[in-house]
Ligand binder design. Structure first.
Ligand SMILES: Nc1ncnc2c1ncn2[C@@H]1O[C@H](COP(=O)(O)OP(=O)(O)OP(=O)(O)O)[C@@H](O)[C@H]1O
Ligand SMILES: [Mg+2]
Length: 253
């Protein structure tokens, strides 16, 4: 059984990419095989894994558009055992317009994943910070969505828009899609963050992970080093938090 997760939030810089990388590393420590798919034209995932986006000719763009190269041809081994990824670069910026003209444009990623998905226990689709064609493709391909949200009131407002999109995706083709919020960039010392965090828990009930990811500069340091915080600083609080999150994800099935 393969579980496909979209990691999505139209707000930028909330920890989508970091969560894909750290969660897959934590699951790999538990013996699971994971595939990460970079769906951001900025190539944030590719870069944070320590690779140069421009060094790849075959990327998620060549899989989704035009040549329709089989996805297995685009898979690269990351530096973490049992974690592979599909890179992206700026070529993908043109994908939105190009895909829209195609038949079944919103199912393109789902179809591309089919032949490889049985090789993995978990697939994480790292969405760009928008609710466009690429994020829609991820939401159609996924069984579950992780929504990283910064614990502050303004960030919570953006959740409503995403929730509406999720309802539409469920109505129009992916009825069993489930979603859970992940609190990130949490500053436990501020009252505002603590209140926002509690409010999210009250409103969302079971649709929120118990694990809270605190704000720490260590995440940025790890991404500059091009490796997951879990191997860069295995005993750090941040690494431990993503291991806790992996336990929750494993429990979900
Ligand atoms: N818990 C955290 N504490 C502090 N910094 C963090 C945390 N999580 C991520 N970061 C840092 O914040 C920046 C943005 O994180 P990340 O790239 O994961 O967000 P994103 O949602 O993928 O952004 P984008 O929308 O641009 O793709 C990065 O520099 C990352 O290292
Ligand atoms: Mg990102």
């Amino acid at each position: 059984m393969t579980y496909i997760y979209a990691v999505a939030n139209q707000k930028g810089g909330v920890g989508k990419t970091t969560s894909c990388i750290c969660l897959s590393a934590a699951l790999a420590e538990r013996g699971k095989r994971a595939l990460l798919v970079d769906l951001d034209p900025q190539g944030g995932l590719t870069t944070a894994l320590g690779f140069d986006p421009d060094s790849f000719d075959t990327t998620i763009y060549t899989v989704l558009i035009g040549d329709e190269v089989p996805l297995d041809k685009a898979i690269i081994e990351s530096k973490t055992d049992n974690v592979d990824f599909v890179p992206a670069n700026l070529d993908l910026a043109g994908a939105e317009g190009e895909l829209l003209g195609e038949i079944g444009w919103d199912r393109t990623l789902k179809v591309a994943l089919k032949p490889v998905q049985q090789n993995y226990d978990y697939i994480f689709l790292d969405c760009p910070p928008s609710l466009g064609v690429l994020t829609t493709n991820a939401l159609i391909a996924a069984q579950r969505v992780i929504i990283p949200v910064q614990t502050e009131y303004l960030a919570m407002r953006g959740l409503k828009q995403l929730t509406k999109v999720l309802s539409k995706v469920r109505r129009k083709g992916n009825p069993n899609l489930t979603a859970k919020v992940l609190r990130t960039l949490h500053q436990s010392r501020t009252i505002h963050a603590s209140e926002a965090s509690e409010e999210l828990e009250t409103v969302l009930g079971d649709e929120i992970y118990k694990t809270i990811i605190h704000r720490t500069i260590k995440f940025a340091e790890a991404s500059v080093a091009g490796e997951p915080l879990l191997s860069y600083l295995p005993e750090s609080k941040g690494a431990k938090a993503y291991r806790e999150l992996a336990t929750e994800v494993l429990k979900d099935g």
